[in-house]
Ligand binder design. Structure first.
Ligand SMILES: NC(=O)c1ccc[n+]([C@@H]2O[C@H](COP(=O)([O-])OP(=O)(O)OC[C@H]3O[C@@H](n4cnc5c(N)ncnc54)[C@H](OP(=O)(O)O)[C@@H]3O)[C@@H](O)[C@H]2O)c1
Length: 260
């Protein structure tokens, strides 16, 4: 069985590669830009195929597909679309350019890679795709609107793809992590205070959820699990959630009224 993990050079992707390596009969394909990191992980795991690629580049999907055809006979049983990133900032600072770079990496690159590999996944069925969105892909927060937009897009597209690919034997699972301490998302502010430290999860927990949302056949997994309450509350009582977000940011009473 062949599993491909994007963003395997650090954080959640690296933990996912380690999780899959524990399973017998699975071979790994590791994708990210930092080749030396991928090679070190491959060596540590007793061997894996390494593809150094910038997934935003137009030729990246074809490059990955060619490696799978050459090295693994065009077989693919699990695609983990995990590579992603965030650049914090308000819309009036980053503007459309900021939205665009989030969409390019967190949404467009995922769609383009999936499009290139879907024929292999169908031919190898039963198989699965796991898309790593975020709790921010169900509820927006200030200073990460562009990131949220890209993760909302990914979550909505995944919901549809899940239903479309069922008849082809390709399961599509969605994983929505909350706060996870990694290189790209250090969560320093939350980790500094005892009152908020408990909110921060580990890459290993997300990796387990990814396994469950892939070969485990689950449609959707929040990490931690209780975070499903956040979008549920947002849908049932939007003013309550907006007020809590405004309070947390220390907004003045008048701007808080605007938020409501
Ligand atoms: N940590 C959190 O709190 C959190 C919460 C919710 C969702 N998520 C999501 O989880 C996923 C993994 O994030 P993480 O927390 O593990 O962060 P991370 O440690 O920064 O890992 C990001 C990974 O994506 C790869 N990547 C970034 N840009 C790329 C590009 N252009 N082409 C190919 N690979 C690229 C990076 O590898 P290279 O730099 O080597 O290319 C790295 O392996 C992301 O989609 C993120 O949005 C994270």
């Amino acid at each position: 069985m062949i599993a491909l993990v994007t963003g395997a050079s650090s954080g959640i992707g690296e933990a996912t590669a380690r999780r899959i390596a524990r399973e017998p009969d699975w071979d790994l394909v590791l994708v990210a830009r930092r080749e030396e990191r991928l090679r070190a992980l491959a060596d540590e795991l007793g061997g894996a195929t390494v593809v150094a690629a910038d997934l935003v580049e137009p030729d990246a999907p074809a490059k990955v597909r060619e490696v799978l055809e050459r090295e693994h006979g065009g077989r693919l049983h699990l695609l983990v679309n995990n590579a992603g990133g965030a650049w914090r900032g308000r819309f009036d600072e980053g503007g459309w350019a900021d939205v665009q770079r989030h969409m390019e990496l967190n949404f467009d690159a995922v769609c383009r890679l999936t499009e290139a590999l879907l024929p292999m996944l169908r031919a190898s069925a039963p198989s699965s795709i796991v898309n790593v969105s975020s709790t921010a892909g169900r509820v927006g927060r200030p200073n990460s609107g562009a990131y949220s937009a890209s993760k909302f897009a990914l979550a909505g597209w995944s919901d549809a793809l899940c239903l479309e690919e069922r008849s082809h034997g390709v399961h599509v699972g969605l994983v929505l992590p909350g706060f996870v301490a990694t290189e790209g998302f250090p969560q320093r502010e939350l980790l500094e205070r005892r009152a908020t430290r408990w909110l921060v999860s580990s890459p290993d927990k997300v990796a387990e959820a990814i396994w469950q949302a892939g070969p485990g056949g689950k449609a959707e997994r929040y990490v931690p699990r209780a975070y499903w309450l956040v979008p549920a509350l947002r849908a049932l009582a939007p003013p309550l959630v907006r007020r809590a977000q405004a309070d947390r940011r220390g907004l003045t009473p008048s701007t808080r009224r605007d938020a409501e």
